[in-house]
Write a protein that binds this ligand. Structure first.
Ligand SMILES: NC(=O)c1ccc[n+]([C@@H]2O[C@H](COP(=O)([O-])OP(=O)(O)OC[C@H]3O[C@@H](n4cnc5c(N)ncnc54)[C@H](OP(=O)(O)O)[C@@H]3O)[C@@H](O)[C@H]2O)c1
Length: 181
């Protein structure tokens, strides 16, 4: 059976998700949340997001999408076994499916960035979003969301940790199913 594609993203009030090089906020609680949502799963991400992280994440496998045929993910000292490279989206999705099956993962995670969210939001079945109560400057935004397609299934507003720069909420959505009678 096909493993669902789930977006994981942290989005500011103004839609910003990044400044092009990294995240425009410091939110250790969200990094912990990201780890707990993604552990044991394959992560699909654009080359720019991969380079902003710079390595394989423990307990996960990363599929980096790039048009650069010479791209070498181990250049930054990454663990070659946990990083795969795909040169187009369909190949990346197929590889992510295969890795999810092999890992026994219940989701394929679409981990960004803006470019990949924009291209694949139409294929996602779930979204694990962090709404960050801040409006930073940043060149990269989450694509427009057609909320009529999404059903909110859980919302938690944790107390921020001492080093969190803003308050935030963790909100999960499932794609609404269309039933024709
Ligand atoms: N807040 C969050 O939750 C979150 C999550 C993830 C990332 N981010 C932020 O988002 C920013 C990066 O996002 P971004 O939109 O600039 O870049 P991105 O989506 O991470 O990566 C874009 C790159 O992916 C490759 N790519 C995209 N479509 C492709 C296709 N159809 N076929 C082959 N390769 C393809 C290209 O790589 P090549 O140029 O190598 O060909 C393209 O330049 C950073 O600031 C990061 O920190 C935020």
């Amino acid at each position: 059976m096909k493993v669902p594609l789930a977006i994981v993203a942290a989005i500011a009030e103004n839609g910003v998700i990044g400044d092009g090089r990294g995240l425009p906020w410091h939110l250790p609680s969200d990094l912990k949340h990201f780890r707990s949502v993604t552990i044991g799963k394959p992560l699909l991400m654009g080359r720019k997001t991969f380079e902003s992280i710079g390595r394989a994440l423990p307990g996960r496998e990363t599929i980096v999408v790039t048009r650069d045929r010479a791209f070498d993910p181990s250049r930054g000292g990454g663990q070659a076994k946990a990083i795969h490279v795909a040169h187009e989206l369909e190949a990346a999705l197929a590889l992510a499916q295969a890795r999810a099956q092999a890992m026994g993962a219940e989701e394929v995670i679409l981990a960004g960035g803006g470019n990949l969210y924009e291209s694949l939001i139409g294929r996602a079945e779930r979204m694990h979003l962090t709404f960050v109560d801040i409006a930073p400057r940043g060149a990269v935004s989450f694509p427009a969301i057609d909320w009529s397609n999404w059903l909110e299934v859980s919302r938690v507003r944790p107390r921020p940790a001492a080093k969190d720069e803003a308050t935030f909420a963790f909100v999960d959505f499932d794609r609404r199913r269309c039933f024709s009678l």
